[in-house]
Design a protein around this ligand. Structure first.
Ligand SMILES: *Cc1c(COP(=O)(O)O)cnc(C)c1O
Length: 433
């Protein structure tokens, strides 16, 4: 298949010099094109994804990728670090300002790498920690048996209350008093409600534990001052930069001055080798973007959209767990409409709606089937959609999931997909200049 060279304004979305790539490797160049078509052609409702800016993508696709810079600014193990030192210092200072933190480490390659550093800094193999269990909304790196965190440490998992479906704070306190963990974690991947950081801080103090917040999902809402910050309460806050925050695919952490040296040593040399200086440059750009009034408006809109989407789905018989959401995501229980998460994901996909199946608390189904789906509003909000479009999206999801089919040629798939196309044409991702 031959393709036209993209419009000039598209070039940034493929990196610095798309024509050069096409010449060297047309196969990979083609994937860059078709992936952009895919992003533009559907409704992106994966709660952990977003649409980063051309400025972020340009920094990522830069010659800073070439530089070895093991160590930290001013204390490197390689020569020639004068320029990358500037960019890492910018990223560190901007992260500290953005989150009001005493210390920042911008080198973690991802959210999981930042979390590894927390274990490396505070635990020895066999030590006990307390975190939300994966099936209740936690993350693999919070003690799942298939993760290093569950294999090498004694992970105690807490869950949610059966009635409220929100964090079971009584259980958290009981488990902490019983097991005396060295480390207590708040945060997860499928928590639609705000977390009571003060509760966790007091509990950690009571049992003598480090208090760690894994803010991978919601840190962008904190940056935009749309929800309360964990930073004043926690010893360390890890996060990803590519979810609501809308930066490059990467991670970072902020912490108190007290723990700075231990965490820096845990990131490098304990867990990682050379930092990715191109990604650190992109994180610096992202932190600057996230400090603007425009970003704060976006963060507020992400939540307003999320609340509307959940409310409209509830009206259509698709029940959000906890009854709604305070954040960018909701978890939808499909048991009432008799559809599995796996079928819902496939039906939505056939209709041009990209979302993921997700276990709901106390899910009777296996994880690869699941009784729920998770939807988030970061991407559609970045595209400029508002509450009116959320009502429409709720109707499209409900139609595709309840009456649709995994076959893209099914009449319902086609009908919904046509409406999706209309919507994303009016609110495009990476609009052509
Ligand atoms: C996404 C996520 C991570 C992992 O981030 P990666 O960049 O995929 O490694 C860690 N913790 C939580 C709570 C997450 O949601």
């Amino acid at each position: 298949m031959t393709r036209e060279f993209p419009m000039p304004s598209d070039q940034t979305f493929y990196g610095s010099d798309f024509e050069a790539l096409q010449g060297v490797d047309p196969d990979v160049a083609e994937v860059l094109l078709t992936e952009l078509d895919r992003i533009r052609g559907g409704l992106q409702l994966i709660a952990s994804e977003n649409i980063s800016s051309p400025a972020v993508l340009t920094a990522l696709g830069s010659t800073l990728s070439n530089k070895y810079a093991e160590g930290y600014p001013g204390r490197r193990y390689y020569g020639g670090c004068s320029e990358v030192d500037k960019v890492e210092t910018l990223a560190i200072e901007r992260a500290k300002d953005l989150f009001g933190a005493e210390h920042a480490n911008v080198q973690p390659h991802s959210g999981a790498s930042a979390n590894q550093a927390v274990y490396g800094a505070f635990l020895k193999p066999g030590d006990t920690f307390l975190a939300m269990s994966l099936p209740m909304g936690g993350h693999l790196t919070h003690g799942s048996k298939v993760s290093f965190s569950g294999k090498w440490f004694n992970a105690i998992g807490y869950g949610v209350d059966k009635q409220t479906e929100d964090i079971d704070y009584d259980q958290v306190a009981e488990l902490a008093r019983e097991h005396r963990p060295k480390l207590i974690c708040a945060g997860g991947s499928a928590i639609p409600r705000l977390i009571d950081f003060e509760f966790f801080r007091n509990l950690a103090d009571e049992v003598g534990a480090i208090f760690w917040v894994d803010a991978a999902h919601f840190i962008g809402l904190v940056a935009g001052k749309a929800i309360p910050s964990p930073v004043p309460h926690a010893d360390v806050v890890t996060f990803t930069t590519h979810k609501v925050l809308r930066g490059p695919r990467s991670g970072a952490l902020v912490c108190t001055a007290e723990h700075a040296a231990a965490l820096d040593k845990a990131v490098f040399p304990m867990m990682q080798g050379g930092p990715q200086m191109h990604t650190i440059a992109a994180k610096a750009v992202n932190f600057k973007e996230a400090a603007t009034a425009e970003f704060a408006r976006y963060a507020a809109d992400v939540i307003a959209n999320s609340k509307q989407l959940a409310a409209s789905l509830l009206e259509l018989g698709v029940r959000p767990t906890t009854g709604g959401t305070d954040t960018h995501l909701s978890l939808l229980d499909l048991q009432g409409i008799g559809v599995t998460g796996r079928d819902a994901e496939a039906r939505a996909d056939a209709a041009g709606i990209v979302l993921n199946k997700n276990a709901i608390p106390f899910d009777p189904q296996k994880p690869n089937v699941a009784s729920g789906i998770r939807v988030g509003t970061p991407s559609v909000t970045t595209q400029g959609m508002g509450v009116e479009q959320m009502r429409q999206i709720a109707a499209l999801i409900a139609r595709a999931v309840t009456e649709g089919d995994a076959d893209p040629d099914h009449p319902v798939s086609k009908e919904v997909r046509a409406q999706v196309t209309d919507l994303v044409t009016r609110f495009p991702a990476y609009p052509r200049g």
